[in-house]
Ligand binder design. Structure first.
Ligand code: HEM
Ligand SMILES: *[C@@H]1O[C@H](CO)[C@@H](O)[C@H](O)[C@H]1NC(C)=O
Ligand SMILES: *[C@@H]1O[C@H](CO)[C@@H](O)[C@H](O)[C@H]1NC(C)=O
Ligand SMILES: *[C@@H]1O[C@H](CO)[C@@H](O)[C@H](O)[C@H]1NC(C)=O
Ligand SMILES: *[C@@H]1O[C@H](CO)[C@@H](O)[C@H](O)[C@H]1NC(C)=O
Ligand SMILES: *[C@@H]1O[C@H](CO)[C@@H](O)[C@H](O)[C@H]1NC(C)=O
Length: 330
C-alpha cells in the first residue's frame, strides 16, 4: 500500500517534469485545448461543481464570484486568488474584499485532485476556476456557454491589487466603471455582470450604510423601497454585531440564475448601493430595464461578458505554469 502511494507520487512527479517545458503551446485560448490531453475535463469539473452545490446551495454563487476576483486582480485570470500565504508570498485571500467573504477554495482543490488523477500536470487552476464558474451558472438555471481554454497559472499574487482593483459596493458608478475599463471591460459589462447578483448572499455591513444614516443624512437611502427597508432593518439592526449577518442579494430566487435581479433594481429593491446605482444613471438604466424585460437578452449578454472577463490578462504559451496544487506555486 505504502509502496503504491510512493510509486504513484513519483510517477506523477516524473510526468510533471516532462511537462515542465511544453514543446509548443498556442498563445491563444481555444475550445479544444484539453480535448486530447484531458478528454474528461468538463465531466470532472461538472461533477465537482454539482456535488458541491448538492452539499451547499450557496456555493454556485461563491464560485462565480471567486472567478471574478481572480480575473480582476494581479495579471488577470491567473489563479492568483487561490494562492495561500507563505513565507515567500503574500496572497490575496486576506485582502479586504476576500477575507471572511470569498469562498469555494476547497471545491477547486477537490476538482484539482480528481484532475491530477485523470490527467496529471495538465489543467491549470485558473482554467478549472473558469470552468467551475460557468458550470455554477449553468447548474443554477443560467445560460450555458463553451469556455475557451489554455490559460496558465501565474507565479505571483497581489494583496494590494486585490484591495485596490476590486470594485467596492460603496463606490460611485463612475469609479466602478473605471475599474472595469482598466481591465478592458465597458459600462455594459458592468451592468450585465452585476446580474451575477441574481444568486448569492451579502453580509449586512456591505449595505447597512443605506439603512439608517445614508450619506450622513440622518435618513435611510431614499432610493430603497420602503417595505424592503423595514425588512432589512430587522435583519441588520443598527449595531456592530449584525455586520456579518447574511442577506440574499436577490431574495426572491437566491439560488436561481434569472433576471429577477434586474426587475428588483427597477423596483428600487437592489440590495447593494452599487446595484441600485445602475438604475440611477441614464446611461445604464435603459440596459437594466431591457434585461428586466428580456431574460434571453440577459442570458446572451451575460455569456458574452463572462467570456470577455475570462480573457483578462491570460497567460499562455511559455509564460506561467500548470500548478500541481492550486494553493502553492510549483
Ligand atoms: C460591479 C461591481 C461589484 C461590486 C461592488 C460587488 C460587490 C459585492 C459584494 C459587497 C458582495 C457581498 C460580499 C460579502 O458580503 O461578503 C458580493 C457578492 C457576490 N458577487 Fe459581487 N460585486 C460586483 C460585481 C460582481 C461580478 C462582476 C460578479 C460575477 C460575475 C459578482 C458576483 C457575486 C456573487 C455571485 C456574489 C455572492 C457570493 C456568495 O454568496 O458567496 N459580483 N458582491
Ligand atoms: C473518462 O471517464 C470514463 C468514466 O467516466 C472512463 O471510463 C474513461 O477511461 C475516462 N477516459 C480517460 C481518457 O480518462
Ligand atoms: C459542505 O458545505 C459546507 C458549508 O459550505 C462545508 O463547510 C463543507 O466542507 C462541505 N462539505 C463537503 C463534503 O464538501
Ligand atoms: C448621521 O451621521 C452623522 C455623521 O456621522 C452624524 O453627525 C449624525 O448625527 C447622524 N445622524 C443620525 C440621525 O444618526
Ligand atoms: C415590482 O413591482 C411591481 C409593481 O409593484 C410588482 O408587480 C412586481 O412584482 C415587483 N417585482 C419584483 C421583482 O419585486
Ligand atoms: C443624462 O443625465 C445628465 C445629468 O443627469 C444629463 O446632463 C444628460 O443630458 C442626460 N442624458 C440623456 C441621454 O438623457
Amino acid at each position: 500500500m505504502e509502496f503504491n502511494i510512493t510509486y504513484k507520487l513519483s510517477y506523477v512527479a516524473l510526468i510533471c517534469l516532462l511537462f515542465l517545458s511544453p514543446p509548443f503551446v498556442s498563445s491563444q485560448l481555444n475550445y479544444k485545448f484539453y480535448d486530447s490531453s484531458c478528454p474528461n475535463l468538463s465531466k470532472i469539473v461538472q461533477q465537482g461543481v454539482r456535488s458541491a452545490i448538492a452539499n451547499d446551495s450557496r456555493i454556485a454563487a461563491s464560485l462565480l464570484r471567486l472567478h471574478f476576483h481572480d480575473c480582476f486582480v494581479n495579471q488577470g485570470c491567473d489563479a492568483s486568488i487561490l494562492l495561500d500565504d507563505s513565507s515567500t508570498l503574500k496572497g490575496e485571500k486576506n485582502a479586504l474584499p476576500n477575507k471572511d467573504s470569498a469562498r469555494g477554495y476547497e471545491v477547486i482543490d477537490n476538482i484539482k485532485l480528481a484532475l491530477e488523477e485523470a490527467c496529471p500536470c495538465t489543467v491549470s487552476c485558473t482554467d478549472i476556476l473558469t470552468l467551475a464558474a460557468a458550470s455554477a451558472v449553468y447548474f443554477s438555471g443560467g445560460p450555458y456557454w463553451p469556455v475557451p481554454l489554455g490559460r496558465r497559472d501565474g507565479l505571483t499574487a497581489s494583496i494590494d491589487a486585490a484591495n485596490n482593483d476590486m470594485p467596492s459596493p460603496f463606490e460611485s458608478l463612475d469609479n466602478i466603471a473605471a475599474k472595469f475599463t482598466a481591465k478592458g471591460l465597458d459600462l455594459k459589462d458592468v451592468v450585465v455582470l452585476s446580474g451575477a447578483h441574481t444568486i448569492g448572499l451579502a453580509q449586512c455591513f456591505t449595505f447597512k450604510t443605506r439603512l439608517f444614516n445614508f450619506s450622513e443624512s440622518g435618513k435611510p437611502d431614499p432610493v430603497l423601497d420602503r417595505s424592503l427597508l423595514i425588512k432589512l432593518q430587522r435583519v441588520c439592526p443598527n449595531q456592530a454585531d449584525s455586520d456579518t449577518t447574511l442577506s440574499p442579494l436577490d431574495p426572491v430566487t437566491s439560488t436561481k440564475f434569472d433576471n429577477i435581479y434586474f426587475k428588483r433594481l427597477v423596483n428600487k429593491s437592489g440590495l447593494l448601493q452599487s446595484d441600485q446605482l445602475l438604475m440611477g444613471d441614464n446611461r445604464t438604466a435603459p440596459m437594466v430595464i431591457s434585461y428586466s424585460r428580456f431574460p434571453n437578452l440577459f442570458n446572451k449578454d451575460f455569456r458574452e461578458s463572462m467570456v470577455k472577463m475570462a480573457n483578462i490578462g491570460v497567460l499562455t504559451g511559455r509564460t506561467g505554469q500548470i500548478r500541481r496544487n492550486c494553493r502553492v506555486v510549483n
